[in-house]
Each structure stands twice: as structure tokens, then as C-alpha cells.
Ligand binder design. Structure first.
Ligand code: GTP
Length: 501
């Protein structure tokens, strides 16, 4: 016989069952697929975390200013971590969304005012034959004016930032560099001298890869056809007690260093201006790219560019005509600056890559992380070139050679001129994959990449002496450089890619 309380017990049992098993799973309703663009999670977060003063036009934003600031990023030192961020959480203070960029209206009005005062400069109009010294009164270096370039340049180099960005170095004394050591490096393109430079502005070891094989002459004391590219700071005598062997060990030697041949160099006296027949040395200012140069990433063409620069600089040069026609070894240098990720550091570059995978281009990705599109400076490169005898002296007199610069980046040419380097020619760097217009012409080589159902052969591109890089990622990267960063490069992509633009 059922108990009089059976219905009550049944309800209690059901409630108990609900507690033990949880509620019925929700039935997912089928809805229409959204047809508008997916919302950018960063912008949504921005809107949620800030007031109406932050709009979608506030690009220079981030949630972690102490970590993400350009100064801190890349050199983030966890020993300096104070735990403030977590402390603020514990106190209930939430991290706020920070915009370090002035309202768009304000920025545009400053841009307009600047454009009115601006004199257009056409660097392509530099004539290689113009031998008149162009040494100008030295202007402030790029590092000191770095604050003024935080907006992506859209075909024009005029951009001004109204909110002060971090100052790299408040030091106004002339920048000093010193070549600490030099050694011979055999490369697939021929021998080079690797120079290690220290500066009084940062703790990094910048490099100069000097190509000047004439310095291996068996008779090093005979005058060479072209002036040797040598470091004045390396060749100088560092102290009264420094021995000849110490000088040779740090690289201050002439000729080929062997077990039997060890000749210390003389402190360099400024050499004569070279004959007009000899073309100015070919140089490249290159910025560090761990992913492209060491790992072999094909997201960018940095490794290929480094290889191509050393190759082009090493090409023999024919001078003179008729019976006096002769060939001399190629000469020049790659100045390798430790400014990874266009100056934002490897950590931020890796984060930027993830934003790029989510559909943003390389410029926007930098801006979304609170960086500028390009945070590099070239004052150290200028000082290294001066030390290698490729610029005027402190008074601005032309004591040495002009240069030809391998680059597509107008900022580099302008920065070198500001540093007192006389640039007589810009030599474009055409991506190898763009030179071979048809994909079929690309000859893959060396590396086999196994995937589950196919074996693809890709090119071992980015080591010095390797092939060319190519692919969808690279095409996007190069297109952004041309269309958003003003790089002076015709869009020589495959026909099918070009038609998409
Ligand atoms: N932030 C960021 N940096 C990148 C990316 N891809 C490459 N880089 C960096 O860009 C820099 C490449 O600079 P350079 O090789 O000097 O060349 P460039 O300024 O593009 O100009 P060119 O002289 O014409 O080659 C290196 O520091 C790379 O690490 C990217 O997607 N994002």
C-alpha cells in the first residue's frame, strides 16, 4: 500500500536527483549565421574596460603598460617585477585599458599643420655621378626624434605623435661606438670580416660584416686600388701597456692572419679620397630577425635579404675602360643592428605574429600591442659607418667615402643622411620570389618537410647562401611593407596574387 506521503517523497527524490545530477543540458537552438564581420576581441575588450573617450581609432593601447611599453618590451627583466599588478588585483583595483594616443581629431590637425611646412624630398633624384660633398650640418639623430613617428606611414613620411612616447636616451653627447674585435669569416659568397661593436647608448653587440677581400693581399703594406674599409677605433692603440699580440688578437692586424703571418695594423690615418672610377662601397643596414635568419621562418624575407646583401656586396667590380679595364673585388658592409622586430623586441614580435594570424597586418599588429609601426633608430649605424671611414669627420668635412645603400626603406636613407653619411645611390632589394614571377620557376631545394599525407619540398631559404623564401605569409608581409610602410618596391608578385590587390 502506498504511503500517504508518497507524492511528497517523490518530489523530494526528484529535487535530490536534480542536485546530484545537475539540470538537464540546455538544448542549443539553431540560429542564423551572422553575416557581418566577426567582432575584434581586442576592440570589444577595449570598449568593456574603458569609457567613451576610447574609440576604435585609439590604436596605441594595451592592458599591461609596464610590460608592453616599448622601453620595457624585449628587455623585460623579471628580477624587476614588483608584483604590483597582482597586488592591485588583490586590492580590488582592476587593470584598466590605457590609451596613450591622442584623439584622432587632434592628431589629424597636427598632421595637417606639419604637411604645410614640409618640403618634399625625392631620394631617388640622388645622382650617382654627383661627387660634390653633401656633408650637412649635423641634425639631431633619429633616436632623439623617435617620439615623432608612431603612426603608420601611408605613402608619406609625415607623421607626428602628440602624446610623448618614451625617450630612448636623454644623453645629448655624441654617440660613441668602439669596435671591440674583428675576425675573418668565410661565407658562401667569399671572405668577410665580422666586427663586434659596443656603444655608449645600449648594452647590445651590434655587428659590421665588412666585405673587402683586397685586405688579404700578400703585400699588405702596398697601397690598394680602393681604400681599405677598416675600423679606426679597432686600429687605434687602446693603452700604453697594450702589447702587439693583444692588438692582433682583437683583430687589429693587416693581411691574412696565419700561424706564420701576424702583422699588427698601424693606427689608421684618414685615407685619400678614392679615384672617381671606383664606385662607392655598397652597404646595407640590416635589423636583427631571429625568426627569419635563424629558425628559417618564411613569414618574412629577412634571412634572404641578409644573404642577398652579402652576395651583392661580394660581386667583383669592373672599373676603367679599354686597355685599362680591370676588375677589383667587391667591397662594402652590412651593418647588423640588434633591433629585433623593427625595434619592438622578439617577445612582442611573436605576439604580433599571433595577431597577424588573426587577420591583422604587420603594421596594425604592432599598433594593437601599443608599439609604433617601426621603432628603430639608425644613429648607431651612422656611428659605425663613420668609424669604418664612410662619413665625414666631426666637423662635417668629407674625409672618406660616400656609400650606395641596399634598401627599399626610405627611412633608412633619410636617417643615414641625417647622420652625415653621403648616400649617392639607393640599390633596391627585390625579393627573390618576386624576381621569379611564375611559381613554377621557383626551384625548391635542400629541405624535405614530411606531413601526414604528402611530402613537400621547400627551399632552405634563410641561411646565408640559401635560396628564396615565398608563400602566402610572405606575400602579405611584403604587400603591407609597400602599401602601408612606403617601401619603394614595385609590387612584383605573381599575376594571380597581383590581381587580388
Ligand atoms: N614587428 C614586426 N617585425 C617584423 C616582422 N617581420 C619582420 N620583422 C622585423 O623587421 C625587421 C626587418 O628589417 P630590415 O631587414 O632592416 O628591412 P626593412 O626595414 O624592412 O627595409 P629594407 O632595407 O628595404 O629591407 C627585422 O628587425 C625583423 O625582425 C613582423 O611581422 N612584425
Amino acid at each position: 500500500m502506498p504511503s500517504p506521503h508518497s507524492h511528497i517523497d517523490g518530489a523530494a527524490d526528484e529535487a535530490l536527483l536534480d542536485i546530484l545530477t545537475g539540470p538537464d543540458p540546455q538544448v542549443v537552438k539553431k540560429t542564423f549565421v551572422r553575416r557581418d564581420e566577426p567582432l575584434d576581441p581586442l576592440l570589444l575588450a577595449a570598449a568593456a574596460a574603458s569609457g567613451p573617450h576610447v574609440t576604435r581609432n585609439h590604436y596605441a593601447h594595451d592592458f599591461f603598460p609596464p610590460i608592453m611599453s616599448p622601453q620595457a618590451s624585449g628587455s623585460w627583466d623579471w628580477t624587476k617585477y614588483t608584483g604590483q599588478e597582482s597586488a592591485s588585483k588583490a586590492n580590488g583595483t582592476r587593470l584598466t585599458y590605457v590609451s596613450r594616443q591622442a584623439p584622432r581629431r587632434q592628431r589629424l590637425s597636427v598632421d595637417d599643420a606639419e604637411k604645410e611646412n614640409e618640403q618634399p624630398q625625392d631620394i631617388d633624384s640622388l645622382k650617382p655621378t654627383d661627387k660634390t660633398p653633401l656633408m650637412k650640418k649635423r641634425r639631431p639623430s633619429l633616436a632623439s626624434s623617435l617620439n615623432s613617428d608612431s603612426k603608420p606611414r601611408q605613402k608619406s613620411s609625415s607623421s607626428t605623435e602628440t602624446v610623448p612616447a618614451p625617450v630612448i636616451s636623454p644623453n645629448s653627447s655624441p654617440l660613441k661606438v668602439k669596435c671591440m674585435a674583428r675576425t675573418r669569416i668565410p661565407t658562401p659568397h667569399g671572405p668577410a670580416f665580422l666586427h663586434i661593436y659596443h656603444s655608449d647608448r645600449d648594452q647590445k653587440e651590434h655587428l659590421a660584416i665588412v666585405v673587402d677581400p683586397a685586405q688579404f693581399s700578400e703585400t699588405p703594406n702596398e697601397p690598394a686600388i680602393a681604400p681599405p674599409i677598416r675600423s679606426q677605433s679597432l686600429d687605434s692603440i687602446w693603452s700604453d701597456t697594450e702589447t702587439e699580440m693583444e692588438r692582433i688578437t682583437r683583430g687589429a692586424y693587416v693581411g691574412r692572419l696565419t700561424q706564420h703571418s701576424q702583422h699588427a695594423s698601424n693606427p689608421l690615418t684618414p685615407h685619400d679620397h678614392p679615384s672617381d672610377d671606383i664606385p662607392a662601397p655598397l652597404i646595407r643596414i640590416h635589423s636583427e630577425c631571429f625568426t627569419g635568419e635563424t629558425v628559417g621562418s618564411m613569414r618574412c624575407d629577412c634571412g634572404e635579404q641578409l644573404d642577398e646583401a652579402i652576395r651583392q656586396i661580394s660581386q667583383p667590380i669592373t672599373i676603367g675602360s679599354g686597355p685599362s679595364r680591370t676588375t677589383i673585388p667587391g667591397r662594402g658592409a652590412v651593418i647588423y643592428l640588434r633591433q629585433e622586430g623593427r625595434g619592438i623586441g622578439l617577445l612582442s614580435k611573436i605576439r604580433a605574429y599571433n595577431l597577424q594570424d588573426m587577420g591583422h597586418d604587420t603594421v596594425t599588429a604592432n599598433l594593437m600591442l601599443g608599439h609604433k609601426a617601426d621603432e628603430r633608430a639608425y644613429d648607431i649605424a651612422g656611428a659605425i659607418l663613420r668609424d669604418l671611414g664612410m662619413a665625414g669627420d666631426e666637423e662635417g668635412h668629407l674625409v672618406s667615402e660616400a656609400v650606395r645603400v641596399l634598401t627599399n626603406n626610405p627611412d633608412k636613407v633619410q636617417a643615414l643622411e641625417q647622420e652625415g653619411i653621403r648616400v649617392v645611390e639607393r640599390v633596391p632589394m627585390i625579393p627573390r620570389s618576386w624576381q621569379k614571377k611564375k611559381a613554377a620557376e621557383r626551384k625548391p631545394k635542400l629541405v624535405h618537410m614530411d606531413t601526414q599525407d604528402e611530402v613537400r619540398i621547400v627551399s632552405a631559404a634563410t641561411v646565408v647562401g640559401g635560396g628564396d623564401v615565398h608563400g602566402e605569409d610572405l606575400d602579405k608581409y611584403l604587400r603591407t611593407k609597400v602599401l602601408r610602410m612606403g617601401h619603394m618596391l614595385p609590387l612584383w608578385m605573381d599575376d594571380e596574387v597581383q590581381s587580388d590587390i
